[in-house]
Write a protein that binds this ligand. Structure first.
Ligand code: ZN
Length: 346
Protein backbone atom coordinates (compact mmCIF):
# COMPACT_ATOMS: atom_id res chain seq x y z
CA UNK A 1 0.00 0.00 0.00
CA UNK A 2 2.73 2.38 0.99
CA UNK A 3 4.68 1.53 -2.13
CA UNK A 4 1.65 2.16 -4.34
CA UNK A 5 1.12 5.51 -2.66
CA UNK A 6 4.77 6.37 -3.18
CA UNK A 7 4.60 5.38 -6.85
CA UNK A 8 1.51 7.50 -7.44
CA UNK A 9 3.06 10.51 -5.72
CA UNK A 10 6.08 10.18 -7.99
CA UNK A 11 4.07 9.50 -11.15
CA UNK A 12 1.21 11.99 -10.86
CA UNK A 13 3.28 15.07 -11.67
CA UNK A 14 4.68 13.30 -14.75
CA UNK A 15 1.31 11.99 -15.90
CA UNK A 16 -0.21 15.46 -15.69
CA UNK A 17 2.19 16.56 -18.44
CA UNK A 18 1.42 13.58 -20.68
CA UNK A 19 -0.54 14.25 -23.84
CA UNK A 20 -4.19 13.39 -23.58
CA UNK A 21 -5.61 11.40 -26.48
CA UNK A 22 -6.82 13.91 -29.03
CA UNK A 23 -9.07 12.54 -31.72
CA UNK A 24 -8.63 13.03 -35.44
CA UNK A 25 -11.54 14.31 -37.47
CA UNK A 26 -12.15 14.82 -41.16
CA UNK A 27 -14.43 17.79 -40.57
CA UNK A 28 -15.13 20.24 -37.77
CA UNK A 29 -18.60 18.75 -37.05
CA UNK A 30 -19.64 21.81 -35.05
CA UNK A 31 -23.30 20.80 -34.93
CA UNK A 32 -22.45 17.67 -32.99
CA UNK A 33 -20.78 19.58 -30.18
CA UNK A 34 -22.87 20.31 -27.13
CA UNK A 35 -23.06 23.78 -25.65
CA UNK A 36 -20.37 24.67 -23.11
CA UNK A 37 -17.62 22.47 -24.48
CA UNK A 38 -13.99 23.19 -25.20
CA UNK A 39 -12.71 20.55 -27.55
CA UNK A 40 -9.29 19.86 -29.06
CA UNK A 41 -9.08 17.94 -32.32
CA UNK A 42 -6.58 17.11 -35.03
CA UNK A 43 -8.32 18.16 -38.24
CA UNK A 44 -7.23 16.19 -41.28
CA UNK A 45 -6.27 18.37 -44.23
CA UNK A 46 -4.39 16.14 -46.72
CA UNK A 47 -2.26 12.96 -46.89
CA UNK A 48 1.53 12.92 -46.95
CA UNK A 49 3.69 10.65 -49.09
CA UNK A 50 3.38 7.78 -46.61
CA UNK A 51 -0.43 7.88 -46.87
CA UNK A 52 -0.45 9.42 -43.37
CA UNK A 53 -2.89 12.21 -42.68
CA UNK A 54 -1.47 15.71 -42.33
CA UNK A 55 -3.51 17.34 -39.58
CA UNK A 56 -3.77 20.74 -37.93
CA UNK A 57 -4.57 21.45 -34.28
CA UNK A 58 -8.00 23.00 -33.74
CA UNK A 59 -9.52 24.13 -30.47
CA UNK A 60 -13.27 24.65 -30.65
CA UNK A 61 -15.08 26.46 -27.90
CA UNK A 62 -18.78 25.92 -28.26
CA UNK A 63 -20.78 28.22 -26.04
CA UNK A 64 -24.45 29.06 -25.80
CA UNK A 65 -26.46 30.03 -28.86
CA UNK A 66 -27.05 32.42 -30.41
CA UNK A 67 -23.64 33.82 -31.05
CA UNK A 68 -21.14 34.43 -33.82
CA UNK A 69 -18.35 32.13 -34.98
CA UNK A 70 -14.92 33.73 -34.67
CA UNK A 71 -11.86 32.17 -36.30
CA UNK A 72 -8.30 32.65 -35.05
CA UNK A 73 -5.80 31.30 -37.54
CA UNK A 74 -2.05 31.42 -36.85
CA UNK A 75 0.99 30.61 -38.93
CA UNK A 76 -0.16 30.07 -42.48
CA UNK A 77 3.49 31.01 -42.94
CA UNK A 78 5.22 28.24 -41.03
CA UNK A 79 7.83 30.45 -39.33
CA UNK A 80 5.37 32.93 -37.80
CA UNK A 81 4.89 31.71 -34.25
CA UNK A 82 3.79 34.51 -31.91
CA UNK A 83 0.14 34.09 -32.98
CA UNK A 84 0.24 30.43 -31.93
CA UNK A 85 1.08 31.45 -28.38
CA UNK A 86 -1.54 34.21 -28.45
CA UNK A 87 -4.16 31.57 -29.31
CA UNK A 88 -2.97 29.15 -26.61
CA UNK A 89 -3.13 31.85 -23.95
CA UNK A 90 -6.53 33.17 -25.03
CA UNK A 91 -8.07 29.69 -25.12
CA UNK A 92 -6.59 28.73 -21.74
CA UNK A 93 -8.41 31.64 -20.11
CA UNK A 94 -11.81 31.00 -21.70
CA UNK A 95 -14.48 29.54 -19.44
CA UNK A 96 -16.60 27.44 -21.81
CA UNK A 97 -19.47 27.53 -19.31
CA UNK A 98 -19.68 31.26 -19.68
CA UNK A 99 -19.25 31.67 -23.42
CA UNK A 100 -21.53 32.73 -26.22
CA UNK A 101 -21.17 31.56 -29.82
CA UNK A 102 -18.33 29.50 -31.25
CA UNK A 103 -14.57 29.97 -31.36
CA UNK A 104 -12.52 28.06 -33.92
CA UNK A 105 -8.88 28.56 -32.96
CA UNK A 106 -6.06 27.07 -35.00
CA UNK A 107 -2.65 27.37 -33.34
CA UNK A 108 -0.69 26.46 -36.47
CA UNK A 109 -2.46 26.02 -39.80
CA UNK A 110 0.57 25.18 -41.95
CA UNK A 111 0.94 21.56 -40.85
CA UNK A 112 3.78 20.89 -43.28
CA UNK A 113 6.00 23.95 -42.82
CA UNK A 114 5.79 24.65 -39.08
CA UNK A 115 7.79 21.56 -37.97
CA UNK A 116 10.31 22.27 -40.73
CA UNK A 117 10.85 25.93 -39.65
CA UNK A 118 9.87 27.00 -43.13
CA UNK A 119 7.82 29.98 -44.22
CA UNK A 120 6.69 28.50 -47.50
CA UNK A 121 4.93 25.27 -48.30
CA UNK A 122 6.82 22.16 -49.41
CA UNK A 123 6.55 23.15 -53.09
CA UNK A 124 8.06 26.60 -52.29
CA UNK A 125 4.67 28.22 -52.80
CA UNK A 126 3.28 30.86 -50.45
CA UNK A 127 0.01 29.37 -49.16
CA UNK A 128 -1.19 32.88 -48.41
CA UNK A 129 -1.09 33.77 -52.10
CA UNK A 130 -2.96 30.68 -53.26
CA UNK A 131 -6.55 31.15 -52.11
CA UNK A 132 -9.11 29.86 -52.94
CA UNK A 133 -7.02 26.82 -53.95
CA UNK A 134 -8.10 23.99 -56.22
CA UNK A 135 -9.65 20.66 -55.31
CA UNK A 136 -7.59 18.78 -57.89
CA UNK A 137 -4.74 21.28 -58.17
CA UNK A 138 -1.07 21.05 -57.25
CA UNK A 139 0.20 20.51 -53.69
CA UNK A 140 -0.30 24.00 -52.28
CA UNK A 141 -3.57 24.47 -54.15
CA UNK A 142 -5.07 21.32 -52.65
CA UNK A 143 -3.93 22.25 -49.14
CA UNK A 144 -5.44 25.72 -49.48
CA UNK A 145 -8.65 24.32 -50.98
CA UNK A 146 -9.15 22.18 -47.87
CA UNK A 147 -8.50 25.10 -45.50
CA UNK A 148 -10.95 27.18 -47.45
CA UNK A 149 -13.60 24.47 -47.48
CA UNK A 150 -13.24 22.99 -44.03
CA UNK A 151 -12.51 26.14 -42.05
CA UNK A 152 -13.17 29.50 -43.71
CA UNK A 153 -16.70 28.59 -44.77
CA UNK A 154 -17.64 28.12 -41.08
CA UNK A 155 -16.63 31.60 -39.94
CA UNK A 156 -18.44 34.89 -39.33
CA UNK A 157 -15.27 36.81 -38.34
CA UNK A 158 -11.56 36.09 -38.73
CA UNK A 159 -8.29 37.22 -37.17
CA UNK A 160 -5.42 36.14 -39.43
CA UNK A 161 -2.17 36.02 -37.44
CA UNK A 162 1.27 36.69 -38.91
CA UNK A 163 4.74 38.02 -38.06
CA UNK A 164 7.60 39.41 -40.13
CA UNK A 165 9.48 37.07 -42.41
CA UNK A 166 13.04 35.71 -41.93
CA UNK A 167 15.62 38.50 -41.97
CA UNK A 168 13.09 41.12 -40.88
CA UNK A 169 11.42 42.57 -37.78
CA UNK A 170 7.93 43.98 -37.40
CA UNK A 171 6.15 46.21 -34.96
CA UNK A 172 2.76 44.96 -33.77
CA UNK A 173 0.60 46.23 -36.60
CA UNK A 174 -2.76 45.54 -38.18
CA UNK A 175 -3.67 45.43 -41.86
CA UNK A 176 -7.34 46.22 -42.25
CA UNK A 177 -9.88 47.71 -44.64
CA UNK A 178 -10.72 50.67 -42.43
CA UNK A 179 -13.64 51.85 -44.59
CA UNK A 180 -15.64 48.84 -43.33
CA UNK A 181 -17.12 49.73 -39.93
CA UNK A 182 -16.90 46.22 -38.47
CA UNK A 183 -13.32 45.70 -39.61
CA UNK A 184 -12.40 49.18 -38.43
CA UNK A 185 -13.69 48.26 -34.97
CA UNK A 186 -11.87 44.90 -34.90
CA UNK A 187 -8.62 46.69 -35.81
CA UNK A 188 -8.99 49.43 -33.19
CA UNK A 189 -9.57 46.84 -30.45
CA UNK A 190 -6.03 45.50 -31.01
CA UNK A 191 -3.24 46.77 -28.76
CA UNK A 192 -1.29 47.72 -31.88
CA UNK A 193 1.48 50.22 -32.56
CA UNK A 194 0.19 50.95 -36.05
CA UNK A 195 -2.94 50.31 -38.12
CA UNK A 196 -2.32 50.21 -41.84
CA UNK A 197 -5.36 50.82 -43.99
CA UNK A 198 -5.14 48.18 -46.66
CA UNK A 199 -8.19 47.23 -48.64
CA UNK A 200 -7.10 43.65 -49.28
CA UNK A 201 -10.24 43.00 -51.27
CA UNK A 202 -9.92 42.34 -55.00
CA UNK A 203 -11.87 44.98 -56.90
CA UNK A 204 -11.67 44.12 -60.61
CA UNK A 205 -12.89 40.91 -62.26
CA UNK A 206 -9.30 40.13 -63.15
CA UNK A 207 -8.25 40.33 -59.49
CA UNK A 208 -11.22 38.26 -58.38
CA UNK A 209 -10.26 35.43 -60.73
CA UNK A 210 -6.60 35.58 -59.59
CA UNK A 211 -5.19 33.83 -56.54
CA UNK A 212 -5.20 35.84 -53.33
CA UNK A 213 -4.52 36.00 -49.60
CA UNK A 214 -6.62 34.32 -46.94
CA UNK A 215 -7.80 37.75 -45.79
CA UNK A 216 -8.97 38.65 -49.30
CA UNK A 217 -10.72 35.28 -49.58
CA UNK A 218 -12.49 35.80 -46.27
CA UNK A 219 -13.59 39.29 -47.30
CA UNK A 220 -14.91 38.03 -50.63
CA UNK A 221 -17.01 35.60 -48.63
CA UNK A 222 -18.33 38.54 -46.58
CA UNK A 223 -16.33 37.55 -43.47
CA UNK A 224 -14.87 40.64 -41.75
CA UNK A 225 -11.16 39.91 -41.36
CA UNK A 226 -8.08 41.67 -40.02
CA UNK A 227 -4.48 40.57 -40.40
CA UNK A 228 -2.37 41.16 -37.31
CA UNK A 229 1.42 41.17 -37.59
CA UNK A 230 2.91 40.18 -34.24
CA UNK A 231 6.60 41.11 -34.33
CA UNK A 232 9.35 38.77 -35.45
CA UNK A 233 9.63 35.32 -37.07
CA UNK A 234 10.51 32.00 -35.41
CA UNK A 235 10.39 33.36 -31.84
CA UNK A 236 7.99 33.85 -28.95
CA UNK A 237 8.03 37.49 -27.80
CA UNK A 238 6.26 37.69 -24.41
CA UNK A 239 5.40 41.40 -24.56
CA UNK A 240 3.95 41.11 -28.07
CA UNK A 241 2.05 37.94 -27.13
CA UNK A 242 0.52 39.65 -24.09
CA UNK A 243 -0.65 42.59 -26.21
CA UNK A 244 -1.91 40.17 -28.86
CA UNK A 245 -3.98 38.40 -26.22
CA UNK A 246 -5.51 41.71 -25.11
CA UNK A 247 -6.54 42.43 -28.71
CA UNK A 248 -8.19 39.05 -29.27
CA UNK A 249 -9.99 39.22 -25.90
CA UNK A 250 -11.22 42.69 -26.80
CA UNK A 251 -12.78 41.28 -29.98
CA UNK A 252 -14.35 38.38 -28.01
CA UNK A 253 -15.75 40.89 -25.56
CA UNK A 254 -16.98 43.28 -28.29
CA UNK A 255 -18.80 40.35 -29.95
CA UNK A 256 -20.34 39.53 -26.53
CA UNK A 257 -18.73 36.08 -26.62
CA UNK A 258 -17.09 36.53 -23.21
CA UNK A 259 -18.44 38.36 -20.21
CA UNK A 260 -15.64 40.86 -19.82
CA UNK A 261 -15.17 44.57 -20.47
CA UNK A 262 -12.96 45.58 -23.38
CA UNK A 263 -9.61 46.93 -22.23
CA UNK A 264 -8.69 50.44 -23.36
CA UNK A 265 -5.61 50.40 -25.60
CA UNK A 266 -3.25 53.20 -26.61
CA UNK A 267 -4.26 54.88 -29.83
CA UNK A 268 -2.11 53.47 -32.64
CA UNK A 269 -0.60 55.52 -35.46
CA UNK A 270 -3.02 55.29 -38.39
CA UNK A 271 -1.35 54.89 -41.79
CA UNK A 272 -3.06 55.42 -45.13
CA UNK A 273 -0.42 53.50 -47.11
CA UNK A 274 3.03 51.95 -46.82
CA UNK A 275 5.92 50.77 -48.96
CA UNK A 276 9.35 49.17 -48.67
CA UNK A 277 12.56 51.03 -49.44
CA UNK A 278 15.11 48.80 -51.17
CA UNK A 279 18.91 48.98 -51.55
CA UNK A 280 20.29 49.89 -54.94
CA UNK A 281 23.63 48.11 -54.59
CA UNK A 282 24.95 45.09 -52.73
CA UNK A 283 26.97 45.13 -49.51
CA UNK A 284 26.73 45.39 -45.74
CA UNK A 285 23.84 47.53 -44.57
CA UNK A 286 23.60 49.40 -41.28
CA UNK A 287 20.12 50.65 -40.45
CA UNK A 288 20.08 53.78 -38.30
CA UNK A 289 16.39 53.79 -37.29
CA UNK A 290 14.28 51.68 -34.95
CA UNK A 291 10.88 50.04 -35.26
CA UNK A 292 8.02 52.47 -34.60
CA UNK A 293 10.36 55.47 -34.96
CA UNK A 294 8.65 58.46 -36.52
CA UNK A 295 10.78 59.88 -39.31
CA UNK A 296 11.02 63.20 -41.06
CA UNK A 297 11.65 63.58 -44.76
CA UNK A 298 15.41 63.69 -45.39
CA UNK A 299 16.39 61.82 -42.20
CA UNK A 300 19.26 59.32 -42.57
CA UNK A 301 17.85 55.78 -42.46
CA UNK A 302 20.72 53.52 -43.54
CA UNK A 303 24.35 53.36 -44.65
CA UNK A 304 25.62 50.78 -47.15
CA UNK A 305 29.26 49.74 -47.01
CA UNK A 306 31.37 47.32 -48.99
CA UNK A 307 33.10 44.50 -47.09
CA UNK A 308 36.12 46.81 -46.48
CA UNK A 309 33.95 49.32 -44.66
CA UNK A 310 33.98 51.95 -47.41
CA UNK A 311 30.68 53.81 -47.66
CA UNK A 312 28.87 53.05 -50.92
CA UNK A 313 25.64 54.90 -50.31
CA UNK A 314 23.52 56.65 -47.71
CA UNK A 315 19.74 56.31 -47.69
CA UNK A 316 17.41 59.08 -46.56
CA UNK A 317 13.73 59.01 -45.73
CA UNK A 318 11.74 60.08 -48.83
CA UNK A 319 8.80 61.53 -46.85
CA UNK A 320 7.50 61.83 -43.29
CA UNK A 321 6.56 58.39 -41.96
CA UNK A 322 6.89 55.66 -39.35
CA UNK A 323 8.97 52.46 -39.35
CA UNK A 324 6.50 49.56 -39.55
CA UNK A 325 9.15 46.93 -40.22
CA UNK A 326 12.86 46.70 -41.01
CA UNK A 327 15.52 44.34 -42.20
CA UNK A 328 17.47 42.53 -39.47
CA UNK A 329 20.07 41.08 -41.83
CA UNK A 330 22.94 43.41 -42.75
CA UNK A 331 23.93 41.41 -45.83
CA UNK A 332 22.06 42.60 -48.88
CA UNK A 333 22.24 42.34 -52.63
CA UNK A 334 20.52 44.74 -55.01
CA UNK A 335 16.86 44.96 -54.09
CA UNK A 336 17.32 43.93 -50.45
CA UNK A 337 14.86 45.55 -48.08
CA UNK A 338 15.76 48.44 -45.77
CA UNK A 339 12.59 49.59 -44.00
CA UNK A 340 8.84 49.25 -44.41
CA UNK A 341 7.70 52.86 -44.21
CA UNK A 342 4.17 53.71 -43.15
CA UNK A 343 2.68 57.04 -44.21
CA UNK A 344 0.41 58.37 -41.47
CA UNK A 345 -2.96 59.91 -42.24
CA UNK A 346 -2.54 63.72 -42.27
ZN1 ZN B 1 2.86 35.89 -42.75
Amino acid sequence: MKIQLLISIILIPFLSFCQEQIEWQNDLELEQLEANTKKKIWLKIIDDGMSHPVTVPVIIVRGKEPGPTLGLIAAIHGNELNGIKVIQEVVADIDENNFQGTLIAIPGINGISIPQHRRRYIDEEDLNRNFPGKEKGNRSQQYVFQINNKILTKLDYLIDMHTASFGRENSLYVRAAMNNDTINQMAKLQDADIILNSNGLPSTNEQISATRTMRAEAMLKGIPCITVEYGNPQVYQPEIIQRGKTGVENVLSWLNMIDQETVAVDLPIMCKKSYWIYVEEGGYLEIMVELKQQLKKGELIAIMRNPFGDILNKYYCPEDGIVIGKSSNPINMNGGRIIHLGIPID
